[in-house]
Design a protein around this ligand. Structure first.
Ligand SMILES: [Mg+2]
Length: 222
C-alpha cells in the first residue's frame, strides 16, 4: 500500500510540552502571581508533580496550589482560566519539526493531527506554533468525544482526509495511546522517544530526530 498521509500526535511529538510548560510556569510564578523568588521554584516543582505529564486535571491542580501557596488575590477558577488563555504564548516546537512537516507537505503527503486534550486549547497551541495551515485535519479528543487509543478517533481522522488507515503513518511518543492505538486502527507507526517514554517494542519504526522522518516515511512506502 502506498502511504498517502502522515498523522501526528501533538504533545511531545510536535509541541515541546515540557519546555513550553516550564516557560509558562516561570512566567506565571514570577510575573502573574508575583511570588517571591524562593517560592517560584517550589511552585513550579509542585505544579509539575501534580500535573504528572499532563494527566492531572487543571481544576484540581489549581485548587490545591491556591490553598498551598495562599494565592488569595485570585480565585482558583481565575488561575485555571489564565492557564488556558496564556499557555499558548509560551509554546515551542520539538526540534526540527517544522523542517520535517514542510518537507513532507512539499512531497505531497496529506498531514493531520490527532491529540488527546481540551479544545480550543490544543488548536490554539498549534496555531501559536504557526503550523495549523500544514494540516488538513486536526482532531482533538474533547471535540469528538473519544480519545486515543480508541479506534474511532483514528478512523475519524482518516475519514476527514479520505485516506484508508493502511495508507497512513502515525507519528507519536506515547506507546499505548499513539502506537498501540494507531496500530490497532491499521496504520504504520513511528515512535518518537522522549524522556518519559524511551522505548516502544511494537512500533514499526523509531524516529529520534525529526530530520529523519521524511526518510522513514519513504522507507515505509517501499
Ligand atoms: Mg504525546
Amino acid at each position: 500500500m502506498t502511504i498517502k498521509a502522515v498523522l501526528f500526535d501533538l504533545d511531545e511529538t510536535i509541541l515541546d510540552r515540557s519546555r513550553s510548560l516550564e516557560l509558562f510556569l516561570t512566567w506565571e510564578a514570577s510575573e502573574y502571581l508575583n511570588l517571591p523568588y524562593a517560592e517560584c521554584e517550589r511552585y513550579i516543582e509542585r505544579f509539575l508533580e501534580l500535573d504528572d505529564n499532563g494527566m492531572g486535571s487543571k481544576t484540581d491542580i489549581y485548587s490545591l496550589l491556591w490553598k498551598e501557596f495562599g494565592l488569595y488575590e485570585h480565585t482558583a477558577e481565575d488561575l485555571v482560566a489564565n492557564y488556558y488563555a496564556s499557555f499558548q504564548r509560551f509554546v515551542c516546537e520539538k526540534r526540527h519539526v517544522d523542517q520535517a512537516i514542510s518537507m513532507l507537505k512539499s512531497q505531497g503527503y496529506t498531514l493531520g493531527v490527532v491529540s488527546n486534550g481540551p479544545t480550543p486549547f490544543q488548536e490554539n497551541n498549534l496555531q501559536a506554533l504557526g503550523l495549523t495551515s500544514f494540516f488538513e485535519t486536526i482532531v482533538i479528543s474533547a471535540a469528538v468525544d473519544c480519545r486515543k487509543p480508541d479506534l474511532e478517533i483514528f478512523t475519524l481522522a482518516c475519514d476527514n482526509i479520505g485516506v484508508e488507515p493502511s495508507a497512513c503513518i502515525f507519528v507519536g511518543d506515547n506507546p499505548e495511546a499513539d502506537i498501540r492505538g494507531a496500530s490497532a486502527a491499521g496504520m504504520f507507526t513511528v515512535f518518537v522517544p522522549t524522556r518519559r517514554y524511551q522505548a516502544c517494542s511494537f512500533a514499526n519504526k523509531v524516529c529520534r530526530d525529526m530530520r529523519d522522518l521524511p526518510a522513514v516515511v519513504l522507507e515505509a512506502n517501499t
